[in-house]
Write a protein that binds this ligand. Structure first.
Ligand SMILES: Nc1nc2c(c(=O)[nH]1)N[C@H]1C(S)=C(S)[C@@H](COP(=O)(O)O)O[C@H]1N2
Ligand SMILES: [Mo]
Length: 263
């Protein structure tokens, strides 16, 4: 059994090597890869589809990410990307200590629902100590507390045709003369219903700080850092990712990163 696991790892490491080539697309040297019709990019994207399918087939749907002991938390959670959103909506909520905040579940659901922070905190809680891996080359072990996303989605009733969750965030990751670009991400429903996928409001036994995504940030523990949306306000159930952003399923995928981002 253990040999089988090692072989799986080795196989996936091979495919992951292509994924990390993709991650370099953020560097200017590889900027040409970010052009959507670039043939090299298309080839790498095909490899990413293979990685996704291989992970789904080989690892299975519900395998847990490794959890660590409290003694293995050796640092704070390094804030990265947006750390202080400046959209009017977010600054208003922050000024009100997130009292009026609501998380909305909409799209391909039986009924749109929304929850206050107090309601989310009153749902069954789960804590997990996991390692966050950013493609920039750093990792942090941290303790996340929140409520599982699956049962929250069930309260809205996911329609049979839905395939993805789109996670909409408050922060303007990019500001330009043509307006703010807001961070967004997406996952399939396997990751959405994974038992370690939580709507997190606590970090290392304290209230989740603004720099790490207050009031709610999603944890998808078997995915890379950019698949962990902070400042989450709406989850939209859809069957197609192409209408959002530039159509690749997330802010970083729109800029050349692999959509699945599995680890
Ligand atoms: N809304 C939002 N979510 C985000 C980001 C961001 O800029 N905005 N950055 C991503 C990246 S690249 C990483 S590594 C992690 C950083 O999370 P942290 O600040 O809690 O360390 O958040 C991810 N989620
Ligand atoms: Mo990251």
């Amino acid at each position: 059994m253990s040999r089988l696991i090692i072989d799986r790892r080795r196989f996936l490491t091979g495919s992951a090597a292509l994924g990390s080539t993709m991650a370099l697309a953020g560097c200017s040297q590889f900027d040409f890869l970010a052009q959507r019709d670039n043939p090299i990019r298309n080839a790498i994207e095909q490899a990413n589809v293979l990685t996704y399918q291989a992970q789904r087939a080989l690892i299975g749907d519900q395998v847990l990410a490794r959890e660590y002991a409290a003694s293995e938390i050796r640092q704070g959670m390094k804030p990265n990307g947006s750390t202080e959103p400046t959209t009017a909506e977010y600054m208003f909520l922050r000024g009100m200590n997130f009292e009026p905040y609501r998380l909305t579940i909409k799209g391909m659901v039986d009924k749109e629902v929304s929850f206050s922070l107090a309601e989310l905190r009153n749902m069954p809680a789960r804590s997990q100590i996991t390692r966050h891996d950013c493609v920039e080359g750093w990792s942090c072990i941290a303790k996340w507390t929140g409520t599982a996303l699956g049962p929250v989605l069930d309260q809205a009733g996911v329609k049979p045709g839905a395939r993805y969750c789109v996670y909409h965030c408050y922060d303007n990751i990019q500001r330009s003369i043509s307006g703010d670009i807001l961070y967004y991400e997406s996952s399939d429903l396997v990751d959405a219903y994974h038992p370690q996928t939580i709507l997190s409001y606590g970090l290392n036994d304290a209230v989740l700080p603004v720099s790490n995504g207050a009031p709610i940030r999603l944890r998808i523990e078997r995915a890379l850092g950019y698949k962990q949306p902070k400042y989450l306000h709406t989850i939209e159930l859809v069957d197609d990712l192409s209408p959002f952003g530039q159509g690749k399923g997330g802010y970083w995928p729109d800029n050349g990163y692999d959509w699945y981002g599995g680890i």
